[in-house]
Design a protein around this ligand. Structure first.
Ligand code: GUN
Length: 332
């Protein structure tokens, strides 16, 4: 087996990896047949490769530093401070943390932020009234209503109430349609962040098999549109998909966005694939984890995003980018 890999391993991996990774895989195969070959755990690991980590936190820090410079310039030259208004209804712990992080990120990068918090039993008309007020305020450039909303709300009606020009989430029907037509006004923040991560990791997209697990309006569907626009062959899987592993094992790029802890395991991943984990879940012992079982996946994947420190920081970063973009458009 070792000899076979020595001769054919580099050729086997050649098709799906750029040169630097080929080299690393080759070294890995050499390791497997080297002095430690009698050590089964070592050999088992080395037949594949410990994946490159796509560090979303580092990328987010770099992009946010650039955004902060642009914000400072906009203030200095035009007297405009980009402003994001965030509306939170209820006290869902996860939503409260997300909103707190969004507001903190605004402040750190020099944006102004407005945070409106309502009790879970608020009448929808009260929230709609606030949205109308924010729509009319020329000093507010982005409006975001944290989802999910309590039962008494018609979520679609709330999202449609935000003027499309301030819909920095990209959830308004007009903006969803514009994205489908490859003419986006605002790209939804999570898939936008994922695209930036793929770009920074230099993942080839043209002709790649991209499989998305999850069909939500927030992630799965816009993710499909963005990958399709980059000429990937896109498959969207969901809770009713038959033989999920059949699909995921074909993926050069696998995006997990189902909201089920560690659902995607290493045996469901094509060797060398890029694995993007959008999930944020908690294990029984309270630890954060993604939709991907990181420990088994990293032994098979070519590149992988961690949780935490992967997609999450990039989502907030792209929200800032959209808000800045909205503020800049007021000058045009
Ligand atoms: N809830 C989970 N993700 C998001 C998001 O990207 N935007 C909003 N508004 N709510 C969310």
């Amino acid at each position: 087996m070792s000899l076979v890999l020595f001769f054919f391993g580099p050729f086997f991996f050649k098709a799906s990896h750029p040169p630097s990774r080929q080299r690393r895989l080759f070294v890995s195969v050499m390791d497997a047949i080297g002095p430690k070959r009698d050590n089964p755990p070592f050999r088992e690991k080395s037949l594949f490769m410990t994946a490159k980590i796509i560090d979303g936190k580092a990328l987010a820090d770099a992009v946010r530093a650039e955004l902060a410079e642009k914000v400072a310039a906009l203030k200095a030259t035009q007297g405009i401070t980009p402003c994001l208004a965030v509306i939170l209804v209820g006290a869902d712990p996860a939503s409260s943390v997300y909103v707190r992080n969004k507001v903190a990120a605004c402040e750190k990068a020099g944006f102004r932020s407005i945070k409106e918090v309502y009790p879970a039993d608020v009448e929808p008309i009260v929230v709609l009234g606030k949205i109308a007020e924010l729509n009319a305020d020329p000093d507010v450039h982005g409006i975001l209503v944290q989802l999910p909303l309590p039962r008494q709300f018609d979520t679609e009606a709330v999202l449609e109430a935000i003027v499309p020009e301030k819909d920095v989430d990209g959830f308004h029907a007009e903006n969803v349609g514009a994205l489908m037509q490859c003419n986006p006004r605002f790209i939804p923040c999570t898939p936008y962040g994922v695209m930036k991560m793929l770009e920074s990791a230099k993942v080839p997209l043209k002709g790649a098999e991209a499989v998305i697990v999850g069909r939500s309006n927030i992630v799965g569907k816009p993710m499909a549109m963005l990958l399709l626009a980059q000429s990937c062959t896109v498959t969207v899987c969901h809770s009713q998909s038959k033989d999920l592993a059949f699909h995921t094992k074909r993926a050069d790029i696998l995006v997990a966005a189902v909201g089920r802890a560690k659902m995607i395991t290493g045996d469901m991943i094509k060797p060398g694939a890029t694995v993007i984990d959008v999930g944020i879940n908690r294990t029984a012992d309270g630890k954060l984890c993604g939709d991907v079982d990181f420990e088994s996946a990293k032994e098979v994947a070519g590149a992988i995003t961690p949780v935490p420190g992967g997609v999450g920081p990039m989502t907030i970063t792209m929200l800032l980018a959209n808000t800045l973009e909205s503020a800049e458009r007021t000058l045009k």
